[in-house]
Design a binder for this molecule. Structure first.
Ligand SMILES: *Cc1c(COP(=O)(O)O)cnc(C)c1O
Length: 338
């Protein structure tokens, strides 16, 4: 089996497991776990922020981040394909009372003027108040697309002028950083809060970090506990994330090469595919329903996922070689080309 359903399917390496076993730990509800403290400080510094908060999942980090900006009944603006809108089980509405209004963009890339047109920041008793704009970089369902830095800078200026806060879902910000060479702090500094994942391309078993101002992180810590997300000797998990920071960031370039090899192989069968920018390849299935394509690929040892009625997605990661990615792409090409 070649499993390209997601970059979350990776298993911790032996070296990562050794780092986990050796980690000094303490009770994190008392803020006494030294390994978690080290991870939070290191990620905050990397992203140009004051403080960090280690969380079990990216969804939790996003809920905590957005809630720092948006009061119950106010709105966050995001695109209709955003992870916070599609893949967090309605947590923002169900748990923190946040409402959402969305814009539509086929490849996930943000259009600053189009977003500004949606603002109603101080809407009084008539319209819902816009408190925050959320952006995803790279964009998952958009196909691992990278938000151009100039667009983010111009959106940040528009938000600042309007008094609207910004949250970055940077689950795969590492991939954007490696693909473009833009420093993490350059991306991070444009936003009030940022979440990053360690259990995607970085290969850790569990973990995300939210960063932002120290005061916001203290308040996020309270909300995390309220939602059942306080934990104790979780430094075992933070150690995996620190190991990933040391060993698994630069190698994301290999995953990007794997995605290009996959796309090339699909294209070789005469099927049109957009050139991947990072580790995600989104392939329109044309006349074939996506679920059927996924089932047929699986019969041939290739696991991919359906992300739309006629769209499938393959995600490359550290447990597959470039050659295997090319093999998998050839299988998909045969199915779609037939
Ligand atoms: C995976 C992912 C997350 C976090 O997902 P969890 O499963 O909750 O860790 C957040 N945003 C994006 C864009 C993702 O791809």
């Amino acid at each position: 089996m070649i499993d390209l359903r997601s970059d979350t399917v990776t298993r911790p390496t032996d070296a990562m497991r050794a780092a986990m076993a050796a980690a000094p730990v303490g009770d994190d509800v008392y803020a006494e776990d030294p390994t978690i403290g080290e991870l939070e400080a290191r990620v905050a510094a990397l992203l140009g922020h004051e403080a960090g908060l280690f969380c079990a999942t990216g969804s939790l980090a996003n809920v905590l981040g957005v809630a720092q900006h948006v009061a119950p009944g106010q709105e966050v603006l995001c695109d209709s394909g955003a992870h916070i809108a599609r893949a967090e089980m309605g947590a923002h509405g169900a748990l923190t009372g946040v409402t959402m209004r969305t814009w539509v963009t086929p490849d996930g890339r943000v259009d600053p003027a189009g977003v500004e047109a949606l603002f109603s920041p101080d809407a009084g008793p008539y319209l819902v108040s816009t408190a925050c704009v959320e952006v995803e970089n790279t964009h998952n369902f958009g196909g691992g697309t990278i938000q151009p830095l100039a667009a983010l800078e111009s959106l940040a200026a528009l938000c600042r002028d309007a008094g609207v806060r910004m949250h970055l879902d940077g689950a795969r910000l590492w991939n954007a950083h490696v693909a473009t060479g833009v420093p993490l702090a350059t991306y991070g500094g444009l936003f009030d809060t940022v979440s990053v994942c360690f259990s995607k391309g970085l290969g850790a078993p569990v973990g995300s970090v939210l960063v932002g101002p120290a005061e916001a992180m203290s308040s996020a810590r309270v909300l995390r506990k309220r939602l059942g997300g306080g934990w104790r000797q979780a430094g075992l998990l933070a150690a995996a994330c620190l190991h990933a920071l040391d060993h698994h960031v630069e190698r994301l370039a290999d995953d990007h090469a794997g995605a290009r090899a996959f796309a090339d192989a699909v294209r070789a069968a005469g099927v049109a595919v957009t050139e991947p920018e990072t580790n995600i390849v989104v392939v329109p299935t044309g006349a074939h329903p996506a679920a059927e394509v996924v089932a047929r690929a699986s019969e041939r040892g290739v696991r991919i996922s359906a992300v739309g009625a006629r769209v499938v997605r393959a995600v490359t990661h550290l447990d597959v070689t470039t050659a295997r990615c090319a093999d998998a792409g050839a299988v998909l090409g045969e199915i779609l080309g037939a």
